[in-house]
Design a protein around this ligand. Structure first.
Ligand code: PEP
Ligand code: MG
Length: 544
């Protein structure tokens, strides 16, 4: 494999990266066992035990969320984690065979799985799936012990797929570029890669087979190539391109702070979309005026959980990072692709139990979040707004508003509450929703997938998920019209807003607030400043 070869992929976060490959096979962890110095046994056992505790805590929270729907599976998983024989097996492998915690977990589970495989009993086969799931959960936890994590400084990670948490963790370890065989442009991991400025390719089929650990490679997330073992001529050409790209990036950052407006002076508000605390500095750096979409699902991915303290800390940090601009907090939108690695399986997660549906079935989650938001709002008057995700029925908004009224009455603070328009149902009935919403924010990522019936994360369907299909633009138009008639604000916070051409159409259709991955802000501002409102309106009308 010493010859240069190129693997095509779809750019999901722009830029170039040059580095050594690190192959990551999450679900195939059967590498040679890693041994440790016997003196490290206690520390390794500690890692294993804390992974068990974290996993049980996480499962407890999922069981609470799943209610009667998936509780049995989770109880089984918790029982496996508690099993004294299995735990003793792992610990004795660490102590007497001097294995690292992850290798000991792998070896112990493999011993049970081998027995089950050999038995031919179908009941055992089902139990194997549970065992594998618990094993992978533990391995995930052990691997993300930050003190032990692999350093990815300057490396290019090649994987099948990744979750948002993994990406944030890798970014902390210095990851330079990412190539995935699966994934999609609007998956959360892609959105975060753009925010953190990590060049990323998705849908790069056969990338894993095409490289090995340590080989040099280039991620070209501008034209969509993963170049493995680049020749000297290719390296020279890319060095020039990268220098040009960096110069362009620096130029854009230098003008990032300029006001957002059209050539004729029409002001446009441009805000950032944020999910993790690590992304907060990107808001100011890229000249965004606050946060138009603060995703809050990450609480379900961290051991601290979704309790009020962690939430209040995060919302406070967001308010400080955006001072003096506002922050729009979206209520938990768990489900779909939002919590990839620990959902109770559903046949159609994007059409399943997610967003406001979960919040209404689990009112304690909703109340905790509303309380946390109001606590921070009381300290920072006028700086927060609330947004309800995945609305498809006006009754859902009314039900959330009842809880919101109760919290507002109890705290004496009133935080404006609006909805995400991200289902065709909400767009079609926008006039109805405008009566019960303080504002709208169009979530075009989901609106596109639901309008076209195309899974936004399916790499096979990437070409069937265009940026601004006419059907979606019509729904946007209808929503803007209803909002304007009702006198409420309408923003767009889907990734459509991050594409300069599409942002221009949106402004032409009457949208005056756009929210996007912060890294996209300067290019959108620059594009809008080149056109008059009349040009943009004419261009938008030409779309229909
Ligand atoms: C959307 O659907 O457009 C959106 C902004 O929400 P998310 O990407 O979090 O689903
Ligand atoms: Mg959405």
């Amino acid at each position: 494999m010493s010859e240069e070869h190129r693997i095509p992929g779809t750019p999901a976060s722009g830029g170039h990266a040059f580095g050594a490959v690190h192959v990551y096979r999450r679900m195939r962890f059967n590498q040679a066992p890693v041994t440790i110095d016997p003196a490290e046994a206690d520390a390794e056992i500690g890692r294993f035990r804390s992974a068990c505790t974290d996993a049980m805590h996480e499962l407890g929270r999922i069981a609470e969320l799943a209610g009667s729907g998936g509780g049995d599976i989770i109880t089984t998983h918790i029982e496996i984690l508690r099993d004294p024989e299995l735990r003793a097996g792992v610990e004795s492998r660490i102590r007497s065979q001097h294995l690292a915690a992850d290798s000991a977990v792998w070896g112990t589970f493999e011993q049970y799985l081998a027995l089950m495989r050999g038995s031919g009993n179908p009941v055992f086969r089902e139990r194997m799936v549970d065992l594998e799931d618990v094993r992978d959960r533990l391995l995930f936890r052990i691997r993300y012990d930050a003190s032990q994590a692999v350093r990815l400084e300057g490396q290019i990670l090649v994987a099948d797929d990744c979750t948002p948490t993994e990406l944030v963790e890798w970014a902390r370890q210095g990851l330079k570029g990412l190539v995935l065989q699966g994934g999609g442009r609007t998956s959360h991991a892609s959105i975060i890669a753009r925010s953190l400025g990590i060049p990323k390719l998705v849908a790069a089929s056969n990338a894993l087979a095409g490289c090995t650990d340590g080989v040099p490679a280039i991620v070209d997330a501008e034209t969509g190539w993963f170049v493995v073992n680049p020749s000297e001529a290719t390296r020279t050409a890319y060095r020039e391109r990268m220098a040009g790209y960096e110069a362009e990036r620096a130029r854009r950052l230098a003008i990032a702070g300029e006001p957002a407006r059209t050539a004729c002076g029409e002001p446009i508000v441009i805000r950032g979309n944020i999910e993790f605390e690590d992304e907060l500095p990107a808001v100011r750096l890229h000249g965004a005026e606050g946060i138009g979409l603060l995703r809050t699902e990450s609480f379900f991915l961290t051991p601290e959980g979704e309790g009020p303290d962690a939430q209040i800390r995060f919302y406070e940090a967001a308010v400080h990072a955006c001072d003096p601009h506002p922050v729009t907090i979206r209520l938990f939108d768990v489900g779909g692709d939002k919590v990839l690695d620990n959902r109770v399986p559903e046949a159609n997660p994007f059409l399943g139990w997610r967003g406001v549906r979960i919040l209404l079935d689990r009112p304690e989650l909703l109340r905790t979040q509303l309380h946390a938001i109001h606590t921070v709002a009381a300290r920072h008057p006028g700086r927060l707004r609330i947004m309800i995700p995945m609305v498809a029925d006006p009754g859902e908004v009314e039900a959330v508003r009842r809880e919101w009224e109760a919290v507002a009455a109890g705290t004496g603070v009133r935080v404006p509450i609006g909805i995400m328009v991200e289902t065709p149902a909400a767009a079609i009935e926008a006039a109805e929703y405008a009566r019960i919403s303080d504002f709208f924010s169009l979530g075009t990522n989901d609106l596109t997938q639901y309008t076209l019936a195309v899974d936004r994360g399916n790499p096979r369907l990437a070409s069937r998920y265009p940026l601004a299909p006419t059907a979606v633009m019509r729904l946007v138009d209808m929503t803007v019209e209803a909002a304007t008639a009702a006198g409420i604000e309408v923003a767009v916070c889907g990734e459509l807003a991050a594409d300069p051409e599409s942002a221009a159409w949106l402004v032409g259709l009457g949208v005056r607030e756009l929210s996007m991955a912060p890294a996209s802000v300067p290019a959108v501002k620059e594009h809008l400043r080149r056109h008059t409102l009349a040009d943009l309106q004419a261009a938008a009308r030409n779309r229909f």
